[in-house]
Design a protein around this ligand. Structure first.
Ligand SMILES: NC(=O)c1ccc[n+]([C@@H]2O[C@H](COP(=O)([O-])OP(=O)(O)OC[C@H]3O[C@@H](n4cnc5c(N)ncnc54)[C@H](O)[C@@H]3O)[C@@H](O)[C@H]2O)c1
Length: 339
């Protein structure tokens, strides 16, 4: 997969194969950005987490059939993570798979969701229950889109960036915490936006390094699940009322708390990490007991043979461990942990 990073979307056209008919599956909220692309066929969607379903994917496939999209078409998924997950899924199954590229329009999608080829839909209230791992030909990042994001949506992107750097880039972690504490995403200076582009690109490249080592999620890639076991459970608990990045931030802090309980992480490191999240204004405290999330965790894809593979941060950006913990032990460990 190629990663293109630009100031605005003027350069997008050059990455689209000339010989292909383009079908853009696009979040209705960002349609205006794409007005110049007169020769594209558009399928607009309302990007809601509860629209990331098999039914919706089927509907989009029906629209593609009506619009006579052939095997040689090129699909573009443009929007936040809901749209890029859904569009990538459709592209990977329509006529057994067609070429596609992604244009993430949220900070979260640019730094994370549109990188790595995981596509999918939710099912029966469980996140990403069905999906494929199919790489887009490219992902096109531009910071231009972020100026119109809601405050909460922008901040959940920060949370995902912190998570990736917490895993594998200590300098990136503290640099981004420092950068975001004073960043006004609605009216940034050119210099600030340029710095944001570098941070987002650096974060995406870090994720790509891991994906290149383990595309199908057997070893190294599972570390990217830091914060997701609790995070996904929290999202299911709230039934779509909270944002993915908010849930993952709370899940990451809870994982760090478990790491302290297991004497892997120092209390001081925990405080430093927690301060960085707070300084960026990320709300990660929901007052939900970890014990109340266990019934959602039972359906987690990371459970096998009665054991959960749990990702535990140890040192900022340099050390993380994956522990297989039997469920009864995990339950005990969760006692007293509040997200
Ligand atoms: N595939 C992966 O590896 C991966 C990784 C992380 C998250 N995800 C998925 O990503 C999803 C969350 O992504 P998200 O937070 O981007 O969600 P989203 O797509 O729901 O976008 C959030 C909101 O922002 C709006 N929006 C999008 N772009 C905008 C813009 N430029 N200006 C104004 N509003 C805009 C959307 O319409 C929506 O209301 C979840 O479904 C999660 O599971 C996937």
């Amino acid at each position: 997969m190629k990663l293109y990073t630009h100031k605005n979307i003027n350069q997008l056209q050059k990455y689209i194969p000339k010989e292909c008919n383009v079908f853009a599956i696009i979040d209705n909220k960002v349609k205006d950005y794409f007005k110049a692309f007169k020769n594209w066929n558009f399928i607009g969607i309302d990007a809601l987490e509860n629209a990331k379903t098999l039914e919706k994917a089927g509907e989009i496939c029906s629209r593609l059939m009506e619009m006579k999209a052939g095997r040689d078409c090129f699909i573009i998924g443009a929007g936040g993570g809901v749209t890029t997950d859904l569009a990538g899924f459709v592209a990977s199954i329509y006529k057994r798979g067609v070429r596609f590229g992604l244009v993430p329009t949220t900070l979260l999608a640019a730094a994370d969701a549109a990188i790595g080829g995981k596509n999918g839909v939710n099912h029966l209230g469980i996140k990403n229950m069905m999906g494929t791992i199919t790489q887009p030909e490219w992902t096109f990042q531009s910071t231009e889109f972020f100026r119109t994001l809601d405050e909460r949506v922008f901040k959940e992107g920060i949370a995902e960036i912190l998570k990736t750097f917490l895993l594998m880039d200590e300098e990136g972690f503290y640099e981004s915490a420092d950068f975001f504490r004073n960043y006004n995403h609605r009216s940034p200076s050119q210099r600030q936006e340029q710095n944001l582009r570098s941070l987002v690109r650096r974060c995406a490249l870090r994720k790509m390094q891991i994906v290149e080592k383990d595309e199908f999620d057997h070893q190294a890639r599972r570390f990217l699940n830091l914060g997701h076991t609790f995070g996904h459970a929290l999202e299911s608990y709230y039934g779509g009322e909270i944002l993915h990045g908010e849930a993952v931030a709370a899940g990451t802090l809870a994982a760090a708390r478990l790491s302290v309980k297991l004497s892997l992480m120092k209390e001081r490191t925990f405080d430093l990490i927690s301060d960085c999240y707070s300084a960026c204004g990320i709300s990660f405290r929901f007052g939900v007991k970890a014990a109340d999330l266990l019934k959602y965790i039972v359906n987690d894809k990371k459970i096998s043979g009665g054991e959960i593979v749990f990702i535990l941060p140890v040192e900022t950006g340099t050390k993380t461990e994956a522990w297989s913990i039997p469920l009864p032990e995990f339950k005990k460990l969760c006692k007293g942990v509040v997200l």
